[in-house]
Write a protein that binds this ligand. Structure first.
Ligand code: DX5
Ligand code: ZN
Length: 218
């Protein structure tokens, strides 16, 4: 299981996004882009124009995490804008099968995110439509929150469901991932790690990505 690291630009300097993306371009696998609409979550961040600009300037593929109401309406546009991966929230999608298929038909990987207390078993039927499951290990909306250990059993459960399905589905964790918590998430079966404050709060973001990868591979 290859480990991948996806630094979240939510904790980056928004006035210098291109430089912040460049700082991790040699060490990271993806650039995680948190889209928030102040409805699904109580915070407002960025949208399609910024994704389009990053797509034109950043070398890493974009891992777009849509924390928005009505992802069925918006997700296809992020895929068409050239995102490498588009993840919608299970709690917000009204037509997840159609939306996930539309994302894939635009050439992007399709992801489904679950909030900390959203059970995973009800979504087992969707695995065939997915390239990635995102397990939130904080309540979505803000960077810098502590990792919720109560999600670890659900990560293990998702890993078992994925392995049973024989499909090539990545298992991402997002929220509170740090040098201290990443080993627990990896041990539970995650293979893609989002980290915001642990990367962009560090003096050397590129080095912080390397250090996280080393910890996860232990
Ligand atoms: C939170 C976002 C995360 C956030 C993680 O709702 O989805 O991607 O940037 O930040 P840290 O790593 O600081 O918890
Ligand atoms: Zn995120």
């Amino acid at each position: 299981m290859a480990i991948q690291i996806s630094p979240s630009i939510l904790s980056a300097d928004f006035a210098h996004l291109a430089a912040e993306a460049e700082a991790v371009s040699q060490s990271a696998d993806w650039l995680h882009v948190d889209v928030m609409d102040n409805h699904f979550v109580p915070n407002l961040t960025l949208g399609l124009p910024v994704v389009e600009a990053l797509r034109a300037s950043a070398s890493l593929p974009l891992d777009c995490h849509l924390m928005i109401e009505d992802p069925d309406r918006w997700a296809p546009s992020f895929a068409e804008a050239g995102a490498g991966s588009v993840t919608i929230h299970a709690e917000a999608a009204r037509s997840p099968v159609r939306t996930l298929r539309t994302i894939r038909s635009s050439g992007a990987r399709a992801g489904l995110a679950l909030n900390p207390v959203t059970p995973v078993d009800g979504y087992a039927e969707l695995l065939g439509e997915l390239d990635m499951v995102l397990m939130m290990t904080v309540e979505p909306g803000f960077g810098g929150q502590p990792f919720l250990d109560m999600v670890l059993p659900k990560i293990r459960r998702a890993r078992a469901l994925i392995n049973d399905s024989d499909a090539d589905i990545w298992l991402q964790v997002d929220g509170g991932v740090s040098a201290e918590t990443i080993e627990r998430a990896a041990e539970a079966g995650a293979d893609v790690f989002v980290a915001g404050s642990a990367v962009y709060g560090a003096d050397d973001p590129g080095h912080a990505v390397d250090a996280l990868r080393t910890q996860a591979e232990k």
